[in-house]
Design a protein around this ligand. Structure first.
Ligand code: GLN
Length: 488
């Protein structure tokens, strides 16, 4: 392995070679499958690989890929296992759905599939997307390709690790509080969480419906723009889907940031941020200034309360969404003497400890007598955070911060301390509460040789601007490090 096989290239590069007729979708698929075979025993990104299906699809879409009409045709992808795929097991990383085979495709995959995309398989994740390290999966942890003793981040850890290891060209994840951006940062790839409602949630198995978004893992910002162009746009199957036409997000990638006002989030470069992360982000900000952007400081004064508000709102919604796993309709059933005992046994055996913790927290926060003090209060904080962003975007075009306060941490390091784990998302959660788009791009390596992620945030539906700035900075930084595992 060298890091420059077909499976290591960007989708942009592969697409142009496909259109030129230099390569075929089958060759790309074989390259990814070979990489999975060589590395996935160590990385463990995939829960359900679909090699036969991928080979068959590669042959079927060969002509479409050559025609060049769809940006995703002929390019293999991995999907987080919370996105439903018709006829293919979808577990949510949970025992309770271990054998669940959905009868329908999520809209995100349906659109990609119609565009000639090729599914490589379903990726591991924290159970029901609750976690920041992938250690809450019922099927074991994922290992970060940069250092197998460390976590890939979570909850979309399998998708992030697969793209970092060359096991997939790109992948989809979901981001409710940071689950695309944080693992992207820890694995040295690009992670985009679009505006809430821009990509349909139909078929995204719900965790916290007012926060859940589908997001992308790619090797470049241009690839993210390409994927979003196919994924975006109104879907009548999702009531929260925005009334936006699909558009070509690559058109705005001009490389130009001159005169743009960039606000550095003051609260995000202080206490608790590792020195390697701080210096990586600081020097990237200097480079952005060098490109002609105007840099200033900005405050999100209520961001300090975002984590607390999130850990009331997300568990509350989760406690309601996960009530459907009752042993009656789908998934696991553990028999009991009556229906109540059956449900208790099913849920007791089917859910892991973190999911149970969230259900209990959420049930408590929503219960009569506590509702106003907890859930109601958290919703008010959410409004204050939305206003913080509105104020910040009155003076700045985009905001910048680290994606995560630390680089990849060791497997097991935070499993006994839920609060330490929750803090991994302190910089990503505010964007979910406000519904604004944000992206993480790699901006360097720390002293341990682990990737550092930089987060850019834009106003609602500011994807074009967000991607333009991210793309310009990506070119300027020219981050081209590859995990040692891939270099061989
Ligand atoms: N780590 C956060 C949580 O555990 C965010 C998860 C997510 O975005 N799905 O809730």
């Amino acid at each position: 392995m060298s890091g420059d096989e077909l499976c290591d290239l960007t989708a942009t590069e592969l697409r142009s070679r496909l259109v030129e007729g230099e390569i075929s979708p089958s060759e790309i698929v074989e390259s990814c499958l070979h990489r999975i075979e060589v590395l996935d025993g160590q990385v463990r990104a995939f829960l359900t690989p679909t090699p036969d299906l991928a080979r068959e699809r590669a042959r079927a879409v060969a002509e479409l890929a050559r025609a060049g009409t769809s940006p995703v045709a002929g390019i293999p992808i991995a999907l987080k296992d919370v996105l439903t795929t018709r006829g293919i097991r979808t577990t949510c990383g949970s025992r309770i759905l271990e054998t669940y085979v959905p009868p329908y495709d999520c809209t995100a995959w349906a659109r990609l599939s119609a565009g000639g995309s090729i599914l490589l398989g379903k990726t591991n994740c924290d159970e029901f997307a609750m976690g920041s390290s992938n250690e809450n999966s019922a099927f074991g942890p994922v290992h970060n390709p940069w250092n197998l003793d460390t976590v890939p981040g979570g909850s979309s850890g399998g998708s992030a690790a697969a793209v970092a290891a060359g096991e997939a060209v790109w992948a989809l994840g979901t981001d409710t509080g940071g689950s695309v951006r944080q693992p992207a940062a820890l694995c040295g790839v690009v992670g985009l969480k679009p505006t809430y409602g821009l990509i349909s949630r139909y078929g995204l198995i719900a965790f916290a419906s007012s926060l859940d978004t589908v997001g992308t893992f790619t090797r470049s910002v241009r690839d993210a723009a390409m994927l979003l162009s196919v994924l975006g746009g109104r879907d009548p199957m999702d009531a929260t889907s925005l009334d936006q036409p699909a558009r070509d997000y690559t058109a705005s990638l001009s490389g130009e940031v001159r005169g743009l006002r960039v606000g550095v989030v003051r609260e995000a470069l202080g206490e608790g941020v590792e020195p390697g992360v701080r210096s990586g982000v600081r020097s990237a900000i200097d480079r952005l200034e060098g490109l002609g952007a105007t840099v200033g400081e900005v405050s999100l004064p209520h961001a300090d309360y975002a984590l607390s508000a999130y850990y009331l709102i997300a568990p509350s919604e989760c406690s309601s969404n996960l009530a459907r796993y009752d042993g009656v309709r789908y998934g696991l059933r553990v028999p009991g003497e009556d229906s109540m005992q059956m449900m208790m046994r099913t849920r007791g055996a089917g859910f892991g400890p973190e999911v149970k913790r969230r259900i209990m927290l959420g049930t408590y926060a929503l219960s009569a007598g506590y509702y106003e003090a907890y859930y109601g209060q958290a919703q008010k904080v959410r409004t204050l955070i939305i206003r913080d962003y509105e104020r910040a975007f009155a003076s700045f075009d985009v905001l910048v911060s680290p994606t995560s306060p630390t680089t990849a941490f060791r497997i097991g390091e935070r499993t006994d301390d839920p609060l330490a784990m929750y803090l991994s998302d302190v910089f990503t959660i505010p964007a979910n509460l406000a519904g604004v788009p944000a992206i993480s791009i790699p901006c360097g390596l720390d002293e341990k040789g682990l990737p550092v992620g930089l987060q850019l945030t834009a106003p609602v539906l500011g994807e074009e601007l967000l991607l333009r700035v991210a793309d310009a900075l990506e070119h300027e930084l020219a981050f081209d490090a590859v995990p040692g595992l891939v270099r061989g």
